[in-house]
Design a protein around this ligand. Structure first.
Ligand code: FES
Length: 128
């Protein structure tokens, strides 16, 4: 069996697929090949015209993910992903991979969405 490694990678963007109550991506989008070995991405970014801001989708395990709206809670700037945290270039706020505020001037956590893994899909529920 081939080991699944984790490692550094450039940011991967998915358009996702619009579902009745949300948007989905394939679990396989988290995997890429490095020297013929499958490697798991830590996160990917879902960008779709149906979304006002992109969604940062972080993978904790095959069954556990977090989905965060990349809108800064300070003044609404779009956040940038940097590994396992999100950074705002406007005034320096930072958030962790569960959307919890790590550094101001923002005062609130990020908007999060429920996520569930279903077969080969990861479904982000946009109704909550
Ligand atoms: S808009 Fe993000 S820190 Fe001000």
């Amino acid at each position: 069996m081939v080991p699944i490694l984790s490692g550094c990678q450039s940011t991967y963007y998915s358009t996702g697929v619009v579902e009745p109550n949300g948007i989905s991506v394939l679990k396989s989008e988290f995997t890429y090949l490095k020297k013929d070995q499958p490697v798991q991405r830590q996160y990917l970014i879902v960008r779709n015209d149906a979304l006002k801001f992109p969604i940062y989708l972080y993978r904790f395990s095959d069954t556990e993910y977090s989905a965060l709206l990349m809108e800064c809670t300070h003044q609404g700037n779009e956040l940038q992903a940097s590994g396992d945290h999100l950074h705002c270039s406007a005034h320096g706020s930072e958030f962790n991979n569960r959307g919890v505020l790590a550094q101001g001037p923002a005062e609130k956590n990020l908007r999060t969405f429920n996520v569930r893994a279903e077969g080969e899909k990861i479904i982000i529920d946009l109704t909550a």
